[in-house]
Design a protein around this ligand. Structure first.
Ligand code: HEM
Length: 485
């Protein structure tokens, strides 16, 4: 029997491996190009650590799914995991008891049966989104961010984000630091791990990371302590994620810091991803206006075209094209295109390749979603590809694509996120015509989906778009609905 070899990949630098070859901008497109040259399972190495990139879903499902006992950890991040998060942040946790407990807590809060209870809150926040866009259509990206942040904030802490934006600003700061600090290559110590042995006076980054930890812990602790005070009022019946965590702190074996981070993690993981997906939707409407018209025709046929009645979750089964369109946004422009890295605990062998213990394993979602064999004409935004699959179509917004990841680390917020995007997108389509902005000569300004941010998540950089109400009655209905909330 032939000795297993490493999966193929480009020629590395003798010392640094592929460290300098992997672009920090849109690395997922680089992986996609490599997969066409070397095959779907690739190996790169970064100054001594292995990186295995999976570009086909069948390989990710086998390794991260069926062999999940070995592929469910996360690469240790010294800066963001050990010092900045004090090993409490779920997204970065290695596989083990702490992760298991945190996932149990998330599951109780976000399983499909429970998620149904959040529909009225999702509908209310979506009215606010329409109202905000109606008032100031130019700030559409900020409104999408507020919509997703406010929903997850309410879910976690049982109160709406204040309107002056202070709370959102504080928490967005934490989020931004976290996204930056987990971007591959952000901190040298995560590649050259021996730097962690340096004493404090030679490692100023350590103090910075610990300061960030103190800052975010203070914010997250304040938020969950407020919840605790409400819960402790007799018969308060106060309900939210943090309230349940306080109730179950003994069973889950959580201390205050655990509760603070678990609730904070929901906010961090759920905000940027959801907002980015809605912004991608706006861009898709500019590039593929026929799909917008088709969805609007479907909505009008169900609630009438006079603009007096807004569609809601009651009509979801009558709006299959809007469901398909939501799934197509997840496919066409996944919010986490490079996937979140998994990490192996043991040596393994797959398709004749050796995959050593302590390898970072990246499911490249972007590559999977742009594979012509599974998704014909993959760069075209076409909701029809998700139509006509009978009831299966409504079973889960996570079915039929890979935008929520794999195996035991698959996104626990996917059921909530699917419904949030559906209500947001369907109501935006009901309310507005989304068109290219015009330049000084009156020509439509072109937008480019390649002009997007890079990091764990990705969204289009600001782009001009004209969003106007479909009629005066639509606008009036939005105002009335918002006044009623
Ligand atoms: C459009 C919205 C969303 C997208 C595209 C998305 C996508 C993802 C992906 C790709 C992962 C990594 C899975 C893997 O490692 O294989 C993930 C993890 C995670 N997501 Fe989401 N997500 C979304 C919304 C949410 C929401 C709303 C929440 C919570 C309220 C949430 C909570 C989490 C958490 C806690 C993790 C870490 C799981 C772990 O490490 O075990 N996500 N998400």
């Amino acid at each position: 029997r032939k000795k297993p070899q490493y999966p193929p990949g480009p020629k590395p630098h003798p010392l640094l491996g592929h460290l300098l070859q992997i672009p920090s901008i849109q690395s997922w497109k680089y992986f996609d190009r490599l997969s066409k040259q070397y095959g779907p399972v690739l190996r790169l190495h970064l100054a001594g650590s292995n990186m295995i990139v999976l570009n086909r879903p069948e390989d990710a499902e086998e390794l991260l799914g069926r062999r999940s006992y070995n592929y469910s950890s996360r690469p240790p991040l010294i800066y963001a995991g050990k010092y900045q998060s004090n090993n409490k942040r779920m997204v970065l946790l290695p596989y083990g008891e702490t992760l298991r407990q945190q996932r149990v807590a998330f599951h109780q809060m976000l399983q499909p049966r429970v998620v149904g209870a959040y529909e009225s809150m999702q509908e209310m926040e979506s009215v606010k989104l329409l109202f905000d866009i109606l008032q100031s259509p130019r700030n559409n990206i900020r409104h999408c961010q507020r919509f997703s942040a406010s929903l997850v904030f309410y879910l976690s802490y049982g109160k709406r984000l204040d309107d002056d934006g202070d709370e959102l600003a504080a928490i967005s700061d934490v989020l931004q630091n976290f996204v930056q600090d987990t971007t591959p290559g952000a901190h040298l110590v995560d590649t050259l791990t021996f730097l962690d042995y340096l004493p404090d006076f030679l490692a100023p980054w350590r103090r910075k990371a610990m300061e960030r930890h103190q800052m975010e812990l203070k914010l997250y602790t304040r938020l969950v302590t407020e919840v605790k005070e409400k819960v402790e009022k007799i018969d308060s019946g106060f309900e939210c994620f943090a309230a349940r965590l306080w109730d179950q702190r003994d069973t889950l074996n959580f201390d205050t810091e655990d509760i603070a981070y678990v609730a904070g993690t929901a906010f961090e993981a759920g905000t940027d991803t959801t907002a980015s997906t809605i912004v991608w939707f706006l861009m898709a409407m500019l590039l593929f206006p026929d799909t917008m018209r088709k969805a609007q025709a479907e909505i009008d046929a169900v609630v009438g075209s006079d603009g007096k009645l807004m569609p809601g979750f009651l009509q979801i089964k009558d709006l299959p094209y809007c469901v398909a369109l939501t799934k197509e946004v997840f496919r066409w422009a996944p919010a986490a295109p490079g996937g979140f890295p998994h990490y192996t605990e043991l040596d393994d062998e797959y398709k004749g390749f050796k995959i050593p213990a302590k390898s970072m394993v990246i499911p490249c979602i972007w590559s999977m979603h742009h594979n012509e064999v599974e998704f014909q004409d993959p760069y075209t935004f076409d909701p029809e590809r998700f139509m006509g699959k009978s009831d299966e179509q409504f079973d889960s917004f996570a079915a039929g694509h890979y935008g929520f990841g794999f195996g035991r680390r698959q996104c626990p917020g996917r059921h909530l996120a699917g419904k949030t995007i559906w209500i947001g997108v369907t109501r935006l389509l009901w309310a507005f015509t989304i068109e290219p902005a015009l330049d000084h000569q009156g020509n439509p300004v072109k937008v480019d989906p390649n002009n997007c941010t890079s990091g764990m998540t990705s969204r289009p950089n600001d782009f001009p778009v004209k969003i106007r109400p479909r009629s005066l009655v639509h606008a009036e209905t939005i105002r009335k609905e918002w006044a009623r909330q």
